[in-house]
Design a protein around this ligand. Sequence first.
Ligand code: 5BU
Length: 250
Amino acid sequence: MRLSFSKSIHPVSQKLADIVIRKKTNLALSVDMTDSKSLLHLVEQTADHIAVLKTHIDIISDFTPKLTQILRKLADEAGFLIFEDRKFADIGHTVCHQVKDGIYHIAQWADIINAHLLPGVGIIEGLKKGCQGRDIGLLLLAQMSSNRNLFSDAYTAKTVEIAERNKDFIMGFIAQQKLSQDNDLVTMTPGVSFSSLEDDLGQNYHTPQYVIKEKKSDIIIVGRGIYGAQNPKQAAIEYQQQAWQFLNNI
Ligand code: 5BU
């Protein structure tokens, strides 16, 4: 099996590798629903098939801290990691509060967070400070899936270089392909669908085969392809099986 990060020095990547191998899944489910009941129903249906649950906690209209307590409990019981896709992008002092305080207290329940490196390396230190006390991994946004985005090759290369120098906290990338030869770093790829090529707001899609086999990413991130399906559990199984098969090069 090609699971390049299985011996990563990062504790969260180690946990992720253990889950991927034990549950035979390199699928991250993006639960972009706006009410807690539908979100929890989806998680209960798919928990056995996912390695990562990706949230946008700030789109939940009826959010209470109870929701993140329940998600944390489900994650520990079913064995998946929680990735809050907040995409931090401010100065260190501000992101420190954004990850730790406010109404979401992300650092109390998330295993994985992500950030843009646009403000410079202070954002890494700020998030690290805000995450003290728990094992949390930071993914840097090195590329995006959306049409005509402004990521340049130089910006992506600089992001990779900085990640490789800060592996105590940075666990990898959100990107459209494997970018680093450093096996401590994980690559997760959104914009994955069996059936769609794009949506009407600029999203682009590729198949699990393309992302895992051709582009050598580790983890596929799927949202509407699963929760928009007639049978989300069955769809999760199909994405799980395909992504796993291509990781194993069958
Ligand atoms: P979809 O329903 O599979 O299109 O959802 C994709 C999710 O991944 C959604 O939550 C986005 O916010 C997220 N995403 C993305 O689509 N593309 C990117 O480059 C990044 C995140 Br970074």
